[in-house]
Design a protein around this ligand. Structure first.
Ligand code: KOT
Length: 833
């Protein structure tokens, strides 16, 4: 490639190659240059916001140099790439992460200090990139960090929402949603106005005979929306590999608006067309573990999938390889069923546009795709009305029907006379109205299907995908237990603990090989080490206490036990169990004599999390938490013994403050409902213990850290079905302690009873689907064990240290290596560093 450019020109380019800064002086020069040129400001009007912008631009320039080289290296080596398709990437802040990953945070800190700024103030200027709801989107972000850090040739593909997840305000105890307009100034993205794809919707299909006498389908008519690429560089930790996250933004095709319409006086409709096009990427759907079947959501999915596939195919075609080699060059991972249309779109490209035979095309498609399932909750399983798909994507519906036909023929051969099997596994559900079952389509169109924790992967094989295990055999189904990046979730969020660990395990290598944490075990008996450890935890609690004070006005005692539950608000995650438990604790304290109270261990119970705007019950739970806080926090009998805090607008950057400050965190979903959970891993990695059910990754965390270092309670997944059956078919008696809690709520202690009737009725009258009453006693007793354990600080700290030492398994680096080996068949591209 280089040879195509004449020598003298090449020399001129090389002579002028951009030099990245590597020291303090270099950073200061770049930072000031951006203040004075890019931002057109000066020393006299450079506020913290401008300093943030200039610092980010300086680091962005650095990343771009590495990013370009990475892309060139990948192209020249012509290696297989993996494409991670996710509708959500919950990235959080970029600057701190970029500084740490390129190893220049201390340099920037010193440089900023020279120029009159504190680095923490500059970092906190950044608005979180919140293009996700919760665990699924944050997992995608951790995966991108690991892919780059491990030098895998990988791209992320997503949507560039104008509005990310809404900002949550708590007003009078209720959640209020405020739009999150995050694009005002975003130095981390590169608009690629030259990288566009026209995406077609609606229209009709024509069958014609081509010159070769073959009948082909042509999809025509309808409307075109343009996809414009925005690229976000993803720096690996301690490596020059900088991968790309490509986010698509929608735009009216033909530019700002249709000039023909505009010139003919039809101004309104030309603007309306533009707005309609831009609506596609306007907003992230704010539901976690829930699909509502909205037409715009399906449009988003196709828009994103079609643009991404066009891009991937375009890149492949440059290599001039035969189509049969496509799966040797390309692996595509589907983050849940949201991108399932990619399967249909690739089949369409291969047969309708590239002219391949169906069978050959279908072999290529299945070899290319892998599908990750993240939930077994029925309300989250995607289904689309056939009529909607027909209207929006007429050719795709035909292909789906053909895929289903060939699939069912194969099933019929293997299971003759099992009509019910055919009905059960059909991609088309023969209901009123008929529906396309996206998970089934994803299974049929992929070569591997994985769950995200052992229990979950077992559950999908025995419940929702049972028939498919019969059809394909068990090897198509596998498990890849989730993980988190230790760079953000330890090194960045908890720098002092990271430093202390580094001093004991032989430097920072543990950030690249987390199993090295096991070297901590032999230090657990070192009293000085335990003291330093406890001191860091205390300092992190002081930091959180300050945050609580500034955001809520409430003073909490950092010496109290900090008990945290932060995650999306959902009945299956059971924040209601937690708040009922808090009320029980409150009543116990009230019933004590003053000398008894003196013996109580002070607790701060922290809640945080957003409710989907249309999820009434979740919003009631938030209201009850705030109502209980309002009473308890003001009660002089209680004082420091119990504080109840709801932290507003929980997000990634707040998690970075909260996780390091927790003593005990709660992961208490009804057994069998939380596929994995990932915050459980973040809390343990930061030296906190957890109370949890035998669900999701809690089970593997227990296996790794040891049963004596975790507080497990509650019924097991295998008993849930029988218990639910008994609730609705037998007599259902409510736990006596819980009954007292309900009676207190009904007395009006926490304000108007009307607001909380629904929550009580869910347990008493509507079958207690989430087993709150069944698990209540075990939950309360286990909290008593937590109190008792915390009193012995020496033992508590030892448990924390041992747990951290045994968390090596839960790095997302391990997950990515597992995916690479067992699903993608890709190798890292070494950088020679
Ligand atoms: C489903 C539909 C829409 C939006 C999000 C989902 C979703 C989220 N499904 N599963 N999740 C969570 O994914 C995490 C990452 O694997 C898991 O740790 C967590 O248990 C899932 O609830």
């Amino acid at each position: 490639v280089e040879a195509s450019i004449p020598e003298p020109q090449r020399e001129a380019w090389k002579r002028n190659q951009v030099q990245s800064f590597g020291d303090k002086d270099g950073f200061e020069r770049e930072m000031v240059r951006h203040v004075e040129t890019t931002l057109a400001r000066s020393m006299f009007n450079c506020d913290e916001s401008a300093a943030y912008s200039a610092t980010s631009l300086a680091f962005r320039d650095r990343l771009i140099t590495d990013w370009n080289k990475t892309q060139q290296r990948q192209t020249f080596n012509d290696t297989k790439r993996v494409y991670y398709l996710s509708l959500e990437f919950l990235m959080g802040r970029a600057l701190d992460n970029a500084m740490l990953n390129v190893g220049l945070k201390d340099t920037a800190k010193a440089g900023l200090a020279d120029l009159g700024f504190r680095i923490e103030d500059i970092i906190s200027q950044e608005h979180d990139a919140a293009l996700g709801n919760g665990g699924l989107g944050r997992l995608a972000a951790c995966f991108l960090d690991s892919l780059a850090s491990l030098n895998y040739p990988a791209w992320g593909y997503g949507l560039r929402y104008r509005y990310g997840i809404f900002k949550q305000e708590i007003i009078d105890g209720y959640q209020v949603e405020v739009p999150d307009y995050w694009l005002d100034f975003n130095p981390w993205e590169f608009p690629r106005h030259d990288v566009t794809v026209d995406i077609q919707f609606f229209g009709h299909v024509n069958k014609v005979t081509n010159d070769a006498g073959k009948s082909v389908c042509i999809w025509e008519g309808g409307e075109i929306v343009q996809a414009v690429a925005y690229d976000v560089p993803i720096p690996g930790y301690d490596t020059p590999t900088t991968n790309n996250l490509r986010l698509w933004s929608s735009k009216a095709s033909g530019g700002e608006f249709d000039f023909q319409k505009f010139n003919s006086g039809d101004y309104e409709s030309s603007v309306a067309d533009q707005q309609r096009a831009e609506t596609i990427s306007a907003v992230l759907y704010p539901n976690d573990n829930l699909e509502r079947g909205k037409e715009l959501r399906l449009k988003q999915q196709y828009f994103w999938v079609a643009a991404s596939l066009y891009d991937i195919v375009r890149r492949f075609k440059k290599s001039k390889r035969p189509w049969t080699e496509f799966p040797d060059q390309v692996a595509i991972q589907l983050n849940d069923t949201h991108p399932t249309l990619a399967i249909v779109e690739l089949q369409r490209i291969l047969i309708d546009i590239e002219g391949l035979e169906w069978d050959l095309a279908w072999d290529i498609v299945r070899e290319t795709f892998g599908y990750t399932n993240h939930t077994v909750l029925p309300e989250a399983l995607e289904k689309w009305p056939v009529s909607l798909v027909q209207h929006l994507l007429p050719r795709h519906l035909q292909i789906i029907y053909d895929i289903n036909l060939y699939f069912l023929q194969q099933v019929e051969k293997a299971f003759p006379d099992d009509g019910d099997m055919l009905r059960r596994v059909s991609i088309i559900e023969e209901s009123q109205p008929k529906m396309v079952r996206m998970a089934f389509l994803a299974i049929v169109g992929s070569h591997k299907v994985n769950g995200v924790a052992e229990l979950h992967s077992d559950l999908i094989k025995t419940t929702i995908f049972k028939d498919f295990v019969q059809i394909y055999g068990p090897d198509k189904f596998t498990n890849v237990t989730n993980g988190i990046t230790p760079r953000r979730w330890l090194h960045q969020a908890n720098p002092r603990l990271s430093e202390l660990i580094a001093s004991k395990v032989g430097g920072n290598d543990f950030l690249k090989d987390l199993t090295l944490l096991n070297r901590l075990e032999k230090h657990v008996k070192d009293a000085k080490f335990r003291r330093e450890w406890a001191e860091i935890k205390y300092a992190n609690k002081v930091r959180l206490a300050k945050h609580i004070k500034t955001t809520t006005g409430i003073t909490v005692n950092p010496a109290a036990l900090f008990d945290v539950q932060v995650k999306r608000i959902h009945e299956y995650k059971r924040q209601q169990l937690n708040i009922f438990g808090v009320i029980h604790r409150y009543l116990s304290i009230k019933a004590m004599s003053p000398p008894e109270r003196k013996k109580q261990l002070p607790r701060v119970v922290v809640f945080g999390g957003k409710a989907a705007p249309g999820y009434w019950m979740a919003k009631q739970i938030i209201h009850l938490i705030n109502a209980v806080g309002a009473v308890v926090n003001e009660d002089e009998d209680v004082g420091d013994l119990l504080k109840v805090i709801f932290l507003e607008d929980y997000n990634v950057s707040k998690a970075e403050i909260i996780c390091p400050a927790s003593d005990i965190s709660q992961h208490i979903s009804t057994a069998g409902t939380e596929a994995s959970g990932t915050s459980n891993m973040k809390f343990v990695l930061n030296g906190g213990l957890i109370i949890g059910t035998c669900d999701g990754a809690n089970i593997e965390i227990t296996r790794e850290i040891g049963e004596s270092n975790i507080f497990l309670f509650g019924n097991l997944a295998e008993d849930v079905e029988d218990l639910r059956h008994a609730h609705t078919h037998g007599s259902h008696s409510i736990d006596a302690k819980l009954d007292k809690v309900f009676a207190e709520i009904e007395k009006g202690t926490f304000g108007s009873v009307d607001d909380f009737r629904g929550m009580i009725a869910a347990v008493r009258q509507h079958g207690d689907y989430y087993l709150v009453s069944d698990d209540f006693n075990s939950y309360i007793e286990t909290h008593d064990l937590v109190d008792a354990a915390y009193r012995n600080q020496d033992e508590w700290v030892s448990k924390c240290i041992l747990s951290v030492a045994r968390m090596g398994f839960f790095t997302s680096d391990r997950c990515i290596n597992e995916y690479a080996e067992s699903i993608w068949n890709i190798e890292p591209l070494y950088t020679g560093k």
